[in-house]
Write a protein that binds this ligand. Structure first.
Ligand SMILES: Nc1ncnc2c1ncn2[C@@H]1O[C@H](COP(=O)(O)OP(=O)(O)O)[C@@H](O)[C@H]1O
Ligand SMILES: [Mg+2]
Length: 292
């Protein structure tokens, strides 16, 4: 049976793959894989059964590739698919472990910026006292705020970078803006991380996305936001054991070169929902998925 990959359907043209992923899906087919479609909107609105209504039953084991899915919705997707005889190749607990910082942090603690977190509901604001206690283990120095999954790095000064974690007023202001602007999309809770100085190439951090399949680095791509092509080759010897300990079949690590020459893991992600830089080959990723 060919390997199957489930993509998000195009909301305007439900028989087609979402245009962001269409070239990749085409390569999956070209590599002998089967493609199924799920309705990402229905899934996020709470109707998992509707989301999988057009997935052919008996597709076998499948990867998902598409837009991010909150972990509880991923669980609903896995269950709805299972009822149609389809098993996702990444179990819900593995997805959560790779997708959310608290899931992967302890495995990567020595090779990623020091971090603390506090579960919160969207819109819920931590008090200045709560934040001071939370930030304590990271002092002294600057930091960043994000949720379990995403930052607001495009609003760096306003809602991401914290110049001094010991300045409770400044800390609270940035975290408050972050929480406000995440609105109902805030995932899991608030994360604070110690800031590390990464080396810059023309003011953009030298970040590389490493795609790991079954514990081995199989593809290196520029970070999706990077204007640079290939070229930087990170040292992964100290990162491989952590990825293997995490035990997830398909993950990405975004690695950045720290000013002292060490490659650090900025972020771990589930490979199914990691974006591929526009310059990167869809064919190589498709071959990886189909050949797994
Ligand atoms: N601890 C840190 N120290 C220095 N820069 C950081 C740190 N954490 C994140 N960054 C910078 O902010 C960007 C966004 O952070 P990241 O954790 O990758 O969030 P997102 O999920 O939004 O991509 C990173 O690509 C990196 O350039
Ligand atoms: Mg990132």
């Amino acid at each position: 049976m060919p390997m199957s990959v489930l993509y998000c359907r195009d909301p305007l043209n439900p028989r087609r793959v979402d245009e962001h992923f269409a070239p990749e899906a085409q390569e999956v087919r070209a590599n002998g894989g089967a493609v199924g479609l799920i309705d990402h909107d229905a899934l996020l609105q709470g109707d998992a059964q509707q989301a999988v209504a057009h997935v052919p039953a008996g597709l076998g084991n499948a990867w998902y590739r598409g837009w991010m899915i909150p972990s509880d919705r991923y669980a609903a997707l896995a269950e709805a698919l299972s009822r149609r005889g389809i098993e996702l190749l990444v179990a819900t607990e593995q997805y959560r472990a790779a997708h959310e910082l608290p899931g992967w942090y302890s495995t990567f603690v020595d090779i990623t910026p020091a971090s603390v977190w506090c579960p919160t509901k969207p819109g819920e604001m931590l008090t200045a006292e709560d934040l001071a206690v939370l930030a304590e283990p990271l002092l002294p120095g600057p930091g960043i705020v994000k949720d379990y999954v995403k930052s607001r790095k495009h609003e760096w000064e306003q809602a991401c970078f914290i110049p001094d974690l010991a300045d409770v007023v400044g800390l609270t202001r940035v975290v408050q803006r972050f929480v406000d602007r995440q609105e109902e999309f805030l995932a899991g809770g608030v994360v604070l991380r110690a800031f590390e100085t990464f080396s810059n190439l023309e003011s953009v951090a030298a970040e590389v996305r490493v795609w790991w399949m079954d514990g081995e680095p199989r593809l290196l791509t520029p970070h999706p936001d990077s204007p640079f092509g290939r070229g930087l080759v990170p040292d992964l010897d100290h990162i491989r054991p952590a990825v293997q300990r995490l035990g997830c079949r398909f993950v990405t690590t975004d690695v950045a070169l720290r000013a002292d020459g060490l490659w650090r893991v900025v972020e771990v992600g589930d490979g199914q929902v990691s974006d591929l830089h526009q310059s990167s080959s869809r064919g190589e990723l498709a071959a990886l998925l189909v050949g797994a």
